[in-house]
Each structure stands twice: as C-alpha cells, then as structure tokens.
Ligand binder design. Structure first.
Ligand code: SF4
Length: 715
C-alpha cells in the first residue's frame, strides 16, 4: 500500500465571528485525503489554542462524502427532476440563462443571495460579477439578518463601519455590559477570556441585559430581565441617570461629539422610574447598572442579535453607543461598544461591499465619487455602476415572489430555513423563473427549489481569508481536496463571470475576471481599500503567511494593524465628531393580542450552528439539547393544562409549528422561546421562521427575527 502522508494545516474555524485559529490534521493515501483531527491553534491571537464544542468537533463534520453534493445538476423545467451534467454544461447554462434574462428584462431582474460564511475572495468575485459586469446592485446576504443594524449605527454614530475595539479589551474592562448576547453559547471562547479576567480581578462586574436567564445571564453580577424590545428605553433611562448624577464626561462630549443637546431634550422624559416600568425591571437595578457603567474606569459593551434583529435595531445600537460617547468610555483600553459578529465572515463581506447597499471597501453606492473610484479601479467605463441601491434580503425575496426579479443565485446559505416568514420565501422560489443554488450539502431546505445545483467545496477544502469580530483577517486554508466535482465558490462565480463577459461585455473590453487564485483576488481587493478606513494596502498572502492574522487598518509600510480605533477622539465623520441621534423608545413590531397572547423569542443552542447542515452531522453535539422544543414558564403551561414533553401547536399570524413543550423558569411568564436551528431536516412542520415576521428596521433593513406574537395549545 502507498505510504500514508500526514499533514497539519493552519486555518480558521468556520462557525462564529470569534474566528478561532485551528490546526487541521489530515491523512492522504491512494484512496484520497481526509481530515482526521482539529485542534485549537495556540498561536492564533483570538483563541490562543482554545476551541468550543463546535470547533473541537469540526473533524467529525468532514469525515465523509455522505450528504455532500458531488456533481452539478440541472433541469430545464420545474416538472422535471434535475439530471447530472458536467461543469461545462452547468456553467454555460447558468451564463446563457442569466444573459437571456438580462437581455429581456434588464440587469435588475437578476439577484444574488449570499452568505456571511463565504470567504472574502468568494464574496469579492460575486460582488464584481453583479455590480461590475451585470450592472445590478441586487446582491444581498444573510448578513442582512445578522449585522446590518450594527453597521447602520456605527456609520451614523462614528461615520464608518467596524468596531472601535479589540479582543484585548475583554481582559482590560472593569465593567462589562452584555446586551442581547448569550455569549456562553454564541461566542464561547470569548466568554472564557472574560471569565479568566474576572477570576484574576474579582472587582470586574458583569451586567447582562436579556429577557431570558440565559447561561450568560446566570453568571452576571446583575441581570436585567427586560421586557422584549425595551432596550432603548433602558439605555435612555441609564443615560438620564448618568446625566442627573453628573457621571457624564462634558469635555469628551464638547470636544469630540455633536448632537448631544437634542438627545438631552429627549432624555428628559426617560426618568429611571419611567424607563424601569417600561422595561419591567426594578428601578434600583437600572440605577445600579448606570452607576457601574458610568463610574467604572473601563466599561466595555458586548452586543449581538438581541439588539440587531429588531425593527428598531439601529436605535438600540445607537442608544447603547450614546452611553459610551456621553461617558467618554471609548477609545481607551478596555472601553467601547463592541458588536460581536455572528457569522465567521460577515465583516469580510462588508469589506468587499458584497451587499445591496454598499460598494467595495466601505464605499457608498449612492455617492457618485465612490462609484467613479470603483469604476476606475475595475477599469470600467464611467457611469457603468448603477446608482440605484439593490434589494436587501427581505425585499429581494418579495421581488422574486412578485415577479419583478426573475432569477436568483443562492450561494452558501439556506433561506428556506433562515429567512423570516419562510412561507413567503418558498412561494418566491416556486414562482422564480430560475433558481441557482450553490451548496456543499444536499439536505438543506433550499436545495429542492434549485433549477441548477452547483456543488461547492467547503471548510477544509478551500482557500481564502475571513475577518473576525475584532477586524482581524485570518487565512482559511485547504487541508484536503474537495470531494467529487465540488469546486470553490470563487471559482464557480469566476467561471460563470468569464462566460457572461463573452456574452454581455462590449467588444474589446478588458477582462474583469482574470483571477487564477484566491491570492490574486485578495490582491485586487486590497488595492481597492487603499486610502479607505479599512486600508489593508500593507497586507497580502505572503505577509499573512509570515506574520499570521492581522487587524485592519493595515496600510502600506505599517508594521502591524490597528488594535483600537478613534483613540485620538477623531471619528470618521466629515467633521471628525461622533454623532448623537435622538432615540425614542418604540415597541416591537407585533404586539401581543387576545388571539396571540404570548411573546415568542428565538435564539441559539450551545452546540449547534445555524441550520445544522454541518453540526447536525455530529451525534455528540445533540447531547446538550437532544430535541426541538418550545420553552414555556410553568405557570403559563399550567394555565393551559399543558405538561412537560407533550406536543404543542405554536400558531402565529403567518404559520404554525408543532414542538414538544419544555418547562423552564428561565423565561418570564408570557414569554416562550424556541431555538433557531431546527429545520425541515428535523421537524416535519418546518422551522421557527414559519412564525417570525418580515418587518424590518427602516435604516438597516434587518428583520425582527427575535420577536413574534403567538398562541400555544395542545397539538
Ligand atoms: Fe469556532 Fe466560534 Fe467555537 Fe471559536 S468560539 S471554536 S470560532 S464556533
């Protein structure tokens, strides 16, 4: 037998935005190559060798080709089954059909729906294909469901996207405020860092704001179990108290901000008593939180989907940022508002402008000079790029449903599981003229809708980069070959783009898609960032190889990236001042009623990731939460004559779902909770997004996935 070759490859975990470094052990023999082990990388600055249960079991998700898509498939009509074809046929078909639709209906009849799990290089090629070649900005991603309210608030408050903080601040903060973030489950390795810091300094205080007593809340010094959606009232009330008690920083406000006067007038009505009543908490607890926040030498806020997935997500982010600006708790070690990225590369996607409302390198679609810069850098004729913002996720599927958009190319995501109101998404895909699905796994809820199915390489099989929550760019590397005919996502987009160029570009136009490697794509991406807030002119694959993961900005001639931003008190706005914005409290989009008297909250399980296409392959990851269920307060269950374990029907305005009842006092009476992960793979009645609603935040376009009104009865 041929000798066994063993390799160890340095890479990055593919799950959450912590971005832990991993070492992948693989074996190769005559039969092929396979991943046999994954360990934490002690040299990676995010995790220093630690991994959570999901990261530790990565090798078990990569052990077989079972369930993997191994060859392209297509069908000419919906009534047919898909048939296997070779790559040339699949790529030509995609290019022909997209070109036909563009010729017949214009470029905005085509849309792309991508993923925060794509690598930066994948994103880059897709974005250039949509905006630079087809001429549509209809390219959005599941990051719209994840981080867009955080982005909108950073831009409004600081003039630029991206957190001002870094992971080192976790160890330096003396007061840590967690808002809408169950870090124990969603960002576990970072929580371990915080636990270590509190062990070293018992004076460190944790405040957790969450309607549920999550595992993170159970560890807090102060848990504010607010009514769902009342975060803005809480933050306004805290700032009112800080103002009243002279715990603000007038010099910082005067020297580095604008708009405080207007906010101050609004805050008058948010007395701690009024705010506490709205939030359903004790006024003493609100005051305690404000005191710890304002008097601490270093306050750090960590926040995630509980703030973002809301029709007022931008205001929730802003109201929290206001607390930092008003107290000067920003720009110093251990301070600042730190949005935790949900997905592994939601940040990288934003960097290349891979969303409907952005251009490359944090440029703005609606700014003529920004469009002109990208046109010059891409070698496009002037006025090629569309000035019309594309359709964000919810509107994109609405337009597909109404027939305004004819074709959608979905890559590395499962919208029939993850979008709100998935009944509408199913209808949209049924009505579409062309659905292209690019996927690694064959069992997602979206795959059955594909007219063209393109098999993608996945983690461990592909090269590229990702950017984690602290703006740190890490390499993702291939340890084994992709199975069957699966190809990297960037390669598939690039091959279709080359074919489309031949069909759509004017004769003699310079080729836009001459990429032959991810290094070449990264190199073009970095050139577009020069002079921008995220300038990585000093980074390339060689630098990442020799010096390891680096934070942006990292301009040419820099010796290292910038750990913290705005340390000089100069922000990225036109006048250099951070801006306060009035943030009045407004209620959730869907009020409870006599028909739907319960508030449904959604969230994560400890050991699962998204729609479980990967974590669902590891039996051990079901030990912590083996079955889908609906958690309900025992009093609410008793009132309805319901018992632990029995099947209940959860009904909302858009659909229903049958789940097993799980009694839990982690919730207040009147509130129920279900995990987001269980999909059609595990539940014949669908997933939790049968019930969630598509109402969006007007500024970020992020839907309110966290809250819906429902009723619960025996099934
Ligand atoms: Fe992966 Fe996130 Fe766990 Fe780190 S914390 S191992 S990035 S899932």
């Amino acid at each position: 037998a041929a000798p066994l070759l063993r390799t160890r490859t340095r890479s990055t975990c593919c799950y959450c935005g912590v971005g832990c470094g991993v070492l992948i052990d693989a074996e190769r023999d005559a039969a092929g190559s396979r991943i046999v082990g994954v360990e934490g990388d002690p040299a990676h600055p995010a995790n220093h060798g630690r991994l959570c249960t999901k990261g530790r079991t990565l090798a078990q998700t990569a052990h077989s080709t079972q369930g993997r898509l191994l060859a392209p498939e297509l069908r000419a009509h919906r009534q047919q089954s898909r048939r296997r074809v070779d790559w040339a046929v699949a790529l030509d078909t995609v290019a022909d059909r997209l070109a036909d639709i563009v010729h017949q209906h214009g470029p905005d009849a085509v849309a792309f729906y991508l993923s925060g799990q794509l690598l930066t290089e994948d994103y880059y090629v897709f974005n250039k294909l949509a905006k630079g070649l087809l001429g549509t900005n209809n390219i959005d991603t599941n990051s719209r469901l994840c981080m867009s309210s955080a982005v909108a608030a950073y831009k409004l408050a600081f003039g630029a996207d991206g957190p001002p903080t870094c992971y080192e601040d976790l160890e330096l903060a003396k007061t840590v405020l967690f808002a809408g973030s169950n870090m124990a489950y969603a960002h576990p390795v970072l929580l371990r860092r915080l636990e270590d810091a509190r062990r070293d300094d018992p004076q460190v205080r944790w405040i957790v704001i969450d309607p549920r007593r999550t595992d993170t809340a159970a560890m807090a010094d102060l848990h504010l179990a607010i009514q769902p959606g009342t975060d803005v009232a809480l933050f306004n009330g805290m700032l009112h108290h800080l103002l009243w008690e002279d715990l603000i920083d007038p010099a910082f406000i005067a020297g580095h901000t604008s708009g405080f006067g207007e906010l101050k007038s609004l805050l008058r009505e948010y007395t701690p008593r009024m705010a506490a009543e709205l939030c359903g908490i004790e006024v003493a607890d609100l005051i305690q939180a404000a005191e710890w926040f304002g008097r601490s030498p270093a306050t750090l806020s960590l926040y995630c989907m509980g703030l973002n997935q809301s029709v007022h997500g931008t205001d929730k982010n802003l109201a929290l940022i206001h607390l930092h600006l008003a107290t000067g708790q920003i720009g110093r070690p251990g301070t600042g508002p730190f949005s935790l990225t949900g997905q592994p590369n939601a940040m990288g996607g934003r960097e290349v402008g891979g969303m409907a409302t952005m251009l490359a390198a944090h440029r703005d679609i609606e700014v003529a000079e920004d469009r002109a810069q990208v046109e010059r850098l891409w070698g496009l004729p002037a006025h090629t790029l569309s000035a019309k913002p594309g359709l964000p996720a919810v509107a994109l599927f609405d337009a597909l449903r109404s027939g305004k958009v004819k074709a959608v190319w979905i890559a590395c995501t499962n919208p029939v599981h993850s979008m709100p109101d998935i009944g509408h998404v199913r209808e949209a895909l049924q009505r579409a003229e062309l659905v292209i699905v690019q996927e690694a796994f064959g069992n997602t809820d979206t795959v059955p809708y594909a007219d063209v199915l393109l098999p993608a390489a996945t983690w461990g099989e592909k090269e590229g980069t990702v950017t984690n929550s602290e703006r740190r760019i890490s390499r993702v590397r291939a340890a084994v070959a992709a199975p069957g005919e699966a190809k990297p996502d960037w390669w598939i987009a690039n091959e279709v783009a080359r074919r489309l160029e031949a069909r759509l570009a004017p004769p003699g136009a310079a080729p836009l898609f001459a990429f032959d490697s991810t290094a070449a794509i990264f190199d073009e991406h970095r050139r577009l960032t020069v002079g921008r807030d995220l300038d990585i002119g000093g980074l390339d694959y060689a630098r990442l190889e020799t010096d390891g993961p680096q934070q942006w900005p990292f301009p040419a001639n820099a010796v290292q990236g910038q750990a913290r931003r705005y340390t000089d008190g100069v922000f990225a706005t036109a006048d250099g001042r951070a801006r306060f914005h009035p943030t009045p409290y407004r209620p959730v989009a869907e009020a409870i009623s006599a028909h739907y008297p319960l508030r449904l909250l959604t969230g994560r399980l400890r050991d699962q990731w998204h729609g479980m296409s990967r974590t669902g392959r590891v039996p051990g990851l079901f030990a912590h939460s083996p079955r889908p269920g609906l958690r309900m307060h025992p009093q609410d269950a008793a009132r309805r004559g319901l018992a632990e374990g029995e099947l209940v029907r959860v009904t909302g305005k858009r659909g229903e779902l049958v789940l097993a009842l799980q009694l839990s006092d982690e919730l207040a009476s009147g509130t129920v909770f279900a995990a987001m992960h269980w999909s059609g793979q595990f539940l014949s009645s669908g997933g939790i997004n049968e019930l969630t609603q598509p109402a969006v935040d007007a500024r970020s376009q992020q839907p309110e996935l966290k809250h819906a009104a429902v009723r619960v009865e025996k099934a």
